[in-house]
Design a protein around this ligand. Structure first.
Ligand SMILES: CC(C)(COP(=O)(O)OP(=O)(O)OC[C@H]1O[C@@H](n2cnc3c(N)ncnc32)[C@H](O)[C@@H]1OP(=O)(O)O)[C@@H](O)C(=O)NCCC(=O)NCCS
Length: 416
């Protein structure tokens, strides 16, 4: 199989090649053929976000999709992740991973991933991140689950009530005004929440209803409301639409820079007449909602799972920019099948900041996946030891656990 691997930015190639790449992604994710306006909007978005596109190209028969439509796609952009104490670390975000059915299981993803991770490492990026459609694909490439979220339904019928008074400071917003407000809220959220990943360009039109890629057009059903802080500035925003003849409300996004704004928005949603149920897809792990309900049974968790996955590319740099909440020291060896983060390291934390040096004779071993899951504080090292991702003497696992422990779980509000 002769495969030509190409890597380009939108400005490197003409519209035919760009459109072919876009077409291939739609094919990979079971969508219809690309429409002109969708392509134009996507091109503007990827320029704004600074995407690099990788494609694997094969010879196309005369009746085929054409030489410009790759059989494998892979996209990367450098965006930031909050690694604690307000530090925003540039990281390689990966998306649009597809391999055409006719060319699967021949190592194309392995090649595309290997190229992208090595390139990110060469660009001095310490982390890579992605979200997944299937859980079995990315562990082999060193990614571990790093943030989670919860699906839930809230009964907002007559028995909905919050236990504390919330000052009503919510205003309905036009689509254009909601974009500006949500951006302002996101900037504060991103700077203050460990685990937050930068939002990409598609969020603005999607959450305001201006453009929905799944619908190939605007979504006129979307409504937006903004919560104002005591200073009159937006500190929360919600996008939602009505379903089931107006008796159910679906939250597309509820973003709050603080707990007051979050509960204020829930109080607003709970007060909408005729609505009996609010469905939310991404409730953050730190939400105060269940604790503020007079009857916590009004909130039903309908699912939970991974949100973002993280891969450490450079151990000293990644740990050097992580805010630690305890001091201490531990030595460990990282096993990395791709070889990018392999090595033995001595981690010393003083006043919450890490120094990492080469080590010899470390008894603790971590799969690089484990480091991705420990990094933002999602899971305790003892749990990963039980799962076989960390091995070594109990006292060393204790030390690792104590060092990486965080008071709050990581909170992310962005998919990509
Ligand atoms: C998932 C996908 C990209 C895999 O591409 P591929 O080129 O077939 O993958 P490779 O041939 O490089 O396989 C690499 C390894 O991953 C395994 N693998 C690939 N897809 C897998 C899956 N869906 N589940 C579990 N393992 C998988 C392969 O068996 C292989 O294992 P090995 O190294 O032990 O032999 C491709 O099947 C696809 O495009 N699927 C539809 C779109 C999609 O789901 N994209 C992922 C978005 S998050």
């Amino acid at each position: 199989m002769q495969i030509d691997h190409r890597s380009f930015t939108p400005s490197d190639v003409g519209d035919d090649e760009l459109r072919g790449w876009f077409e291939a992604v739609g094919l990979g994710f079971g969508q219809g053929r690309a429409q002109d306006e969708a392509f134009t909007r996507w091109r503007a978005d990827i320029v704004r976000d600074g995407w690099r596109l990788d494609g694997a190209y094969a010879a196309s028969p005369a009746f085929g999709l054409g030489a410009d439509v790759p059989v494998g796609t892979f996209a990367t952009t450098t965006q930031t992740i909050n690694t604690g104490a307000g530090h925003l670390e540039p990281a390689c975000f990966i998306t649009d991973v597809t391999v055409r059915t006719t060319h699967r299981r021949r190592g194309l993803l392995t090649r595309l991933m290997g190229d992208a991770l090595r390139r990110a490492r060469d660009e001095d990026l310490s982390l890579a991140a992605l979200t997944v459609t299937e859980g079995g694909i990315y562990g082999r490439f060193g990614f571990g689950v790093a943030t989670t979220c919860t699906r839930a339904e809230l009964d907002t019928g007559p028995r909905f009530q919050l236990t504390r008074d919330i000052e009503p400071r919510v205003e309905l917003a036009t689509p254009a005004a909601s974009v500006a407000a949500r951006r302002e809220v996101f900037d504060t959220f991103h700077a203050t929440h460990r685990g937050s990943h930068q939002r990409l360009a598609f969020y603005d039109p999607y959450l305001s209803g201006e453009w929905d890629f799944d619908k190939n057009g605007p979504n006129h059903d979307v409504r937006s409301a903004v919560h104002l802080g005591a200073d009159g500035r937006p500190d929360g925003a919600v996008s939602y639409l009505f379903e089931e003849n107006g008796s159910q409300l679906r939250v597309l996004d509820l973003l709050a820079a603080n707990a007051e704004a979050e509960l204020g928005l829930w109080q607003f949603l709970g007060a909408i007449d005729l609505v009996e149920k609010v469905v939310v897809r991404r409730l953050p792990p730190t939400t105060a909602l269940p604790w503020a309900l007079a009857d916590p049974h009004r909130l039903k968790v309908t699912g939970s799972g991974d949100y973002t996955w993280l891969r450490v590319l450079d151990v000293p740099r990644a740990l050097g920019v992580r805010a630690f909440e305890s001091d201490g020291e531990v030595s460990f060896t990282v096993d990395d099948a791709q070889g990018l983060a392999s090595g033995s390291y001595r981690l010393v934390v003083r006043d919450g900041r890490a120094e990492v040096a080469p080590a010899s004779g470390a008894h603790l071993r971590l799969d690089v996946r484990a480091l991705g899951s420990l990094y933002l504080g999602l899971v305790d090292a003892h749990v990963l030891a039980a799962a076989g991702q960390v091995t070594g003497p109990a006292s060393e696992v204790d030390a690792l656990s104590a060092l990486f422990r965080t008071a709050l779980p990581p909170v992310n509000a962005s998919g990509f």
